[in-house]
Design a protein around this ligand. Structure first.
Ligand SMILES: Nc1nc2c(ncn2[C@@H]2O[C@H](COP(=O)(O)OP(=O)(O)O)[C@@H](O)[C@H]2O)c(=O)[nH]1
Ligand SMILES: [Mg+2]
Length: 226
């Protein structure tokens, strides 16, 4: 996951490797903008499905539409008793400011995941080649000590994506077939507890002042449909 242009599709293509192509295989087919790529873990040889999601901040789609696509896919996964092994959130280290839109993106992401999922979340920075090393390292420190501090305290890891196949898999880590996987909070709240819109963490989260009124309205609209 991550904002548009943070390098999600590139990450998946790099992890899948040469000659693979980003072929979306329809495990849950009609969610067209969530792309699935089946690969084999390079060391453990376990089958892995890489999930590429559309990012908030898209040029042509509203954040509400994008969030709706992701939430519906997650809910479908939950109902099929399929669980996520890890969640990777990408952030461009070349961005010189944590803009309101980037921050909003992060808040929505955290609202979807919930605290319990954090040990399975990896915050990965991309586009190191697009920034001066010293500047990028300073930004990484700022992310760790300010914007990502609470998430790190809840157990997520911070990694650097170095544009290589090896780096991608180091970030994904050792996915074991024994691991039963995780659910993100929005899946539990909507799928298991049947919570109403404004009761979900993301819904409550949307009360934060930097979230625009129209976005908030859209978010409530989305959750009350289920
Ligand atoms: N230099 C550099 N460019 C990148 C990197 N990752 C992605 N890009 C470029 O940034 C643009 C957006 O990347 P994309 O993977 O489509 O982002 P997405 O919207 O998150 O899927 C594309 O032109 C990529 O070629 C990176 O790590 N380094
Ligand atoms: Mg993409």
């Amino acid at each position: 996951m991550g904002p548009t242009g943070s390098g999600k599709s590139t990450f998946v293509a790099t992890a899948a490797g040469q000659g693979f192509g980003a072929v979306g295989h329809g495990m849950m087919s009609h969610t067209a903008s969530v792309q699935l790529t089946r690969v084999t873990h390079p060391t453990s040889k376990f089958p892995v499905v890489l999930v590429d999601t559309p990012g908030l901040g898209d040029t042509y789609k509203s954040d509400t539409e994008t969030l709706s696509t992701i939430a519906e896919w997650l809910l479908k996964l939950f109902r099929k008793d399929v669980h996520l092994a890890a969640i990777i959130y990408l952030h461009r280290i070349s961005d010189n400011r944590m803009t309101g839109s980037l921050l909003n993106n992060l808040k929505v992401f955290v609202g979807l995941c919930g605290q319990k999922a954090m040990p399975n979340v990896i915050l990965a920075t991309t586009m190191w080649s697009e920034a001066r090393e010293a500047t990028a390292v300073r930004r990484e420190d700022e992310l760790r000590s300010v914007f990502w501090r609470d998430l790190v305290a809840d157990g997520c890891r911070i990694e650097r994506f170095e544009d290589t196949h090896q780096s991608a898999w180091r970030i994904i880590g050792n996915i074991s077939q024994k691991s039963s996987g995780i659910d993100v909070i929005i899946q539990e709240e909507m799928g298991r507890d049947g919570q109403k819109a404004n009761e979900t963490s993301a819904g409550q989260h949307a009360n934060q002042p930097h979230v625009s009124k129209s976005f908030l309205a859209g978010l409530f609209g989305l959750f009350s449909r289920h």
